[in-house]
Design a protein around this ligand. Structure first.
Ligand SMILES: C[S@@+](CC[C@H](N)C(=O)[O-])C[C@H]1O[C@@H](n2cnc3c(N)ncnc32)[C@H](O)[C@@H]1O
Length: 304
């Protein structure tokens, strides 16, 4: 078993030397985990914008815990009404890149999300996207409760997490995704068809190909039951859908010629109708909590 400190070193080194290296104009190696094809764009755009709905519209400080380089334009929406976006990340390269985008509107802090270096109760809004799962399993609770403590009374926090292999829906679809991916790759090799199944690599720098193939880094995902139980004391806890389907699913089953955009519009509509069901069975939940205006500090004292 790797020690917790070693896990963090690995994660930090990965993002400094691979994940946040640009492989094309404004495109990072990390984007290999996203579906960048036009057919999925509208759906992914809608999912990104969901986060903003649950944050106070304005404030002085918005914390982005595990900000990365603020890689997608939609991310800028979250801090539009704030004086400062405080970008916290374990990777210095992430923060240098974030500064390119935010300039003086940002404040940049190299730190660990499981050991947050801020005064409690100062942030009106907090986001943390695709980051907590990089922590060793024993530190997830600390991170969630630490973020709660930083909220100003009246503030809200939105965290995008992943159920990974615990997503019941994606588990059912695991085999079909594999079959379809293999079929499309075979077709691609033989007929030059099915090209949509792979990321459009043509515009990337030639030296990027190696980076794209680099293995990822440490992740650990708790399941729905664990999160629901552990985070029960957090006021206003709500687990809704951020996005139901994985990138692998999109690449395997969503194609322009097979009414891909229409299917995704339908899925988005279903997610809007039943956000908690899809948040539970799908791939990526949006975990929300809120600090009431008259919150006492008992939770911060006893549950951390
Ligand atoms: C998958 S990326 C997501 C970045 C960004 N939130 C996004 O959605 O594009 C995960 C980010 O979390 C950062 N990270 C990983 N472990 C961390 C930790 N213990 N403390 C702070 N940041 C961490 C990584 O450096 C990386 O920038």
């Amino acid at each position: 078993m790797i020690a917790e400190g070693e896990i963090k070193r690995q994660v930090r080194d990965f993002y400094n030397s691979v994940g946040w290296k640009q492989i094309g104009e404004g495109v990072y190696q990390n984007a290999r985990y996203e579906d960048l094809r036009p057919v999925s764009r509208e759906y992914i755009h809608g999912c990104h914008l969901r986060v903003a709905r649950f944050l106070p519209l304005e404030g002085v400080y918005l914390l982005d815990a595990g900000s990365g380089p603020i890689q997608y334009p939609e991310y800028l929406e979250y801090s539009k009404g704030y004086r400062y976006r405080v970008c916290l990340d374990i990777s210095i390269l992430a923060l240098k890149e974030a500064r390119e985008r935010l300039g003086d509107r940002g404040l940049y802090v190299v730190a660990d999300i499981a050991c947050l270096p801020f005064k409690w109760g100062v942030f009106e809004g907090i986001v943390s996207l695709h980051t907590v799962h990089h922590l060793p399993p024993g530190e997830h609770k600390e991170a969630f409760f630490g973020l709660y403590a930083l909220l100003k009374p009246g503030g809200s926090c939105a965290i995008v997490y992943t159920w990974g292999e615990h997503s019941p829906l994606m588990r059912i679809l695991d085999r079909p995704i594999d079959w379809m991916t293999r079929l499309l790759k075979g077709l691609n090799r033989r007929l030059g068809a099915g090209r949509e199944a792979v990321q459009p690599l043509e515009n990337f720098k030639p030296e990027a190909k190696e980076l794209i193939r680099s293995p990822g880094t440490f992740t650990y995902k708790h399941d729905y039951g664990w999160i629901k139980n552990t985070l029960k004391p957090l006021p206003g806890l709500d687990i809704r859908v951020w996005r139901t389907v994985s990138t692998k699913f999109l690449r395997a089953f969503i194609h322009r010629k097979a009414l891909g955009s229409f299917c995704l519009r339908l899925l988005f509509w279903l997610e809007e109708m039943a956000p908690r069901l899809f948040g539970r069975i799908g791939q990526y939940p949006l975990i929300l909590f809120h600090k009431s205006e008259n919150s006492s500090s008992a939770l911060e004292r006893s549950d951390k």
